[in-house]
Structures are given as structure tokens and as C-alpha cells.
Design a protein around this ligand. Structure first.
Ligand code: PEP
Ligand code: CO
Length: 448
């Protein structure tokens, strides 16, 4: 696909918001030069096959489960946290498959979710003002001048951590761990929700016995049940970093971002005239676009057409994040505009980012009820407009953190201090994530 006047660096002639300012230009060039030579994390075959699956999801034949940390940290690149996040993704996907009888595309916000958009360039504490923390590939979260200085070597450290994470994910998902014959491998203890735990285990037993029945019937083992696909995604925010991962591959046209399967444009960088739109229009990866209450339908149409000028199926996923109070009035005009323009998109709901608020003591949180309400409304609004909600986009972890209130464990504001670990946005914990998966599955079951 030839995109006119596009190069991996053509975004540099546009206004690039949310970019770090590095103090040492030479050190930056060195790091980017080294980054561009490192081997790819993902391949064009995987990227193209994901795009096909997303096109299926847009037609209602599959469902996209995109979930993971708001912000990964280099320090948390640890065996346990990767395994737990993978387990929750696997378990949720089985709940969804069981409920919907559809293929589920598993996609982590993982192996590269290191750059964060921020509302302010600086942060002030006790009269001291420093540059804001922009994620672990840019600077450090500590509050000293040297912590907050953008360091180009962190991009290399991030890329290496992404590679380590992905290497482990690939090993686990290739067999053994992901084998449906042995669901105990990816079992996690339910902390408090015995009702759902029982429902989950009944479901797994039923899947395992169906598998055994099929194998007895066929007289051979179903090998595909031993491996699963897990795709990676992150916000394509830091454009120098993304440019360094943008390559040509043999025997294919076009350019691929080989640092992740699915990069997305965040809500704050959605300007069609801006550098992010320019970078994204030239890559062959399927991409996400966040859509929120300030997204104007006409501007969104221009952006989708600019990024997907050939209206290729599977290329664009619109991830809407309005908030429970706003979705019913703000989503319909967007759906109407996109449907009238006959644009091929997958609709996905992010019920997290429109529902964030701060408690009186200044802790960022979200209420499980608001999240569930936005998701319910997303299904209802799409049904009313004859479109399909074919995906969800969630911030969660397999750990029993206390970052969002409510849910089955009935977490309240005083609980937030107990196990609040996120450096940026509050995530659903394991119980809350499973509760939501059952809710989505019930919805898909009843809407068939
Ligand atoms: C995010 O996904 O972490 C994020 C910052 O979202 P948004 O761009 O929708 O605000
Ligand atoms: Co977030």
C-alpha cells in the first residue's frame, strides 16, 4: 500500500504533542539508532492475521478482549506478574468464549505499554515544580530533578523488557500452560467470589469434557487446544520510539510497526492535523483510536478516513470511553456518522477512562458500578443502532490490588490505601475483572 508522501519520519513536520524533550540530542540519536537495529518483537504475519481477526470481530464473528496495565513499569517485568496477568486474560477469554460461542482475540496492554500521556507538563509538590512523569521509557516516577529528566537509554531498556515479556508469553502460550486439557495450569484462586468461582469451575469442567468427547469421537487429540494466540498492544504515543520500530519486511508492500501488533492513538493525541495521525496513516498494523466526549463526529470521520484511506476491514478499531453518565447521549451521533459514511470499523468499549475520579483524600479511583454501567449501556446503544459492540478495552491486573472501589469484594474508599500499586490509573483486580467477564458473557449470551 503506498501512502502518498508518507515516510516513517513524516510526522516530524507536524505538531507532536505529549513528546518528551531530551536534553542531549546526540544521546537521543544514539539510542534511536541502536533501537532501529534491534530485531523485531512481532512479525508481519502475526500483524496481518490479527487484522483479519479484527475484521471478523467487526462483523460480529469474533470478540476482542484487550486488557492489561494502564502503565507497565520496567521494574514489574517479573515472572509472577506476567503469569498472573496472562492467567486472568486466559480465564476471562474462556468465560467469554463459553458465553458467546465466538472466537475471542486475546490482546494484552503488555510488552510495550510504557509511555503515558499527561494532562500537565509539570508537577508541583510542596512548592517544587518538576517535569511530569511520562512513563518508564521516558523518565522515572520519583520526585527529583534527575528522576524526571528524560533519559533516551530508557527506550532501549523498555524495548528489552518488552522482548523479555513477549518471549515468556510466547513460551507459555505455545503449549503446556495454555493447554485446555490442563486448565489447572492457568487457574488462579478466587479471592472472595465463591459464586463466580463455582460457575467458573463448572464451565471449565464442561469445556474439558467436551474436548475429551470430541477427541474420543475423532480418535486423535485436538492439538490446537494446546496453544493460544496472545497479541500485544500499547499506546503509540512516543513517536521517535515508534518510528525506530517501523520497518519494511521482505515480500510485502508497506511499512510495519514491528514493536507491537496493535498500537493505538490516545484520546489526547487524536488531532487529524497532528503528528500522531500522520505517523499512524502510514503503517500496515491494525490500530485503535480512542473516542470520547470531546470527539466531534466530523473530526472523527476525517481521522478515520485519513488513517484508513482504503477503508480496509480490520484496520481501525474505535475504542469509545465516554463515562457511564455520557455514553447514551454521546455515542449515538458517533455511530450514526460512521455508519452513514460506511466506514469499516470495529467498535470496542473502554469503560475505564471516562469513569476516573479522585477521592476526597486525592486518590484516583473508579467505581466498579460505573464501569459495569458504561459497558451495559455500550451494548444497549449499539444494539439500538444495529451496530455490533465487538470488543472491550480494560485496565486490570491478576493481582488482588485495591484500586477500583465496589465489585464483589465490595471495596470501599478506605480500602484503597491497602494495596494501591498502579503508578497511573486504577485497575480492576482479579475478582473484579472476572466479575466483568461473566457480565459481558451473560450479555452476549442473551443478545444472540
Ligand atoms: C489509557 O488508555 O491509559 C489512556 C490514557 O486512555 P485515553 O487516551 O483514552 O485517555
Ligand atoms: Co489508563
Amino acid at each position: 500500500m503506498s501512502n502518498q508522501n508518507w515516510t516513517p519520519s513524516s510526522w516530524r513536520s507536524k505538531i507532536a504533542t505529549q513528546q518528551p524533550v531530551y536534553p542531549d540530542a546526540e544521546a537521543l540519536q544514539n539510542a534511536l539508532g541502536r533501537l532501529a537495529k534491534l530485531p523485531p518483537l512481532v512479525t508481519s504475519w502475526e500483524i496481518e492475521s490479527l487484522k483479519e481477526s479484527i475484521a471478523e470481530a467487526a462483523k460480529g464473528e469474533a470478540f476482542l478482549l484487550q486488557a492489561g496495565d494502564c502503565s507497565e513499569s520496567l521494574e514489574d517485568c517479573e515472572t509472577d506478574s506476567i503469569v498472573r496477568n496472562l492467567k486472568v486474560l486466559m480465564q476471562m477469554s474462556f468465560v467469554l468464549i463459553f458465553g458467546s460461542k465466538k472466537k475471542v482475540i486475546r490482546m494484552g496492554r503488555i510488552a510495550g505499554q510504557y509511555a503515558k500521556p499527561r494532562s500537565n507538563d509539570t508537577e508541583t509538590r510542596d512548592g517544587v515544580t518538576l517535569p511530569v512523569y511520562r512513563g518508564d521509557i521516558v523518565n522515572r516516577s520519583g520526585f527529583t530533578e534527575s528522576d524526571r529528566q528524560p533519559d533516551p537509554d530508557l527506550m532501549l531498556r523498555g524495548y528489552e523488557r518488552a522482548a523479555l515479556t513477549l518471549n515468556f508469553i510466547r513460551g507459555l502460550s505455545a503449549g503446556g500452560f495454555a493447554d485446555m486439557h490442563h486448565p489447572e495450569n492457568w487457574d488462579l484462586e478466587f479471592a472472595s467470589n465463591s459464586l463466580r468461582a463455582q460457575q467458573y469451575h463448572e464451565m471449565v469442567d464442561s469445556i474439558t469434557s467436551s474436548l475429551q468427547f470430541m477427541e474420543a469421537l475423532l480418535g486423535s487429540s485436538i492439538r490446537e487446544s494446546r496453544a493460544v494466540d496472545i497479541f500485544t498492544s500499547h499506546e503509540g504515543l512516543h513517536l521517535s520510539y515508534e518510528q525506530a520500530q517501523t520497518r519494511r519486511v521482505p515480500r510485502r508492500e508497506g511499512w510495519y510497526n514491528v514493536g507491537t501488533h496493535f498500537p493505538w492513538i490516545g484520546y489526547r493525541t487524536r488531532d487529524v492535523q497532528g503528528a500522531h495521525a500522520e505517523y499512524f496513516r502510514g503503517i500496515s498494523n491494525p490500530v485503535g483510536l480512542k473516542v470520547g466526549s470531546k470527539s466531534d463526529p466530523d473530526e472523527l470521520l476525517s481521522l478515520v478516513k485519513f488513517i484508513n484511506s482504503k477503508n480496509e476491514p480490520g484496520k481501525v478499531t474505535l475504542i469509545h470511553r465516554f463515562g457511564a453518565k455520557e455514553i447514551s447521549q454521546s455515542l449515538p451521533p458517533i455511530i450514526k456518522a460512521v455508519s452513514e459514511a460506511k466506514l469499516n470499523v470495529l467498535w470496542s468499549s473502554d469503560p475505564m477512562h471516562g469513569n476516573t475520579y479522585s477521592t476526597k483524600s486525592g486518590i484516583k479511583t473508579r467505581s466498579f458500578d460505573d464501569i459495569a454501567e458504561e459497558l451495559e449501556k455500550a451494548f444497549t446503544v449499539h444494539e439500538a443502532h444495529d451496530t455490533t459492540l465487538g470488543g472491550v478495552h480494560l485496565e486490570l491486573t491478576g493481582d488482588n490490588v485495591t484500586e477500583c472501589i465496589g465489585g464483589v469484594g465490595q471495596l470501599a474508599e478506605p480500602d484503597l490505601e491497602r494495596a494501591y500499586k498502579s503508578a497511573v490509573d486504577p485497575r480492576l483486580n482479579y475478582d473484579q475483572a472476572m466479575e466483568l467477564a461473566f457480565m459481558i458473557a451473560d450479555h452476549m449470551k442473551s443478545s444472540k
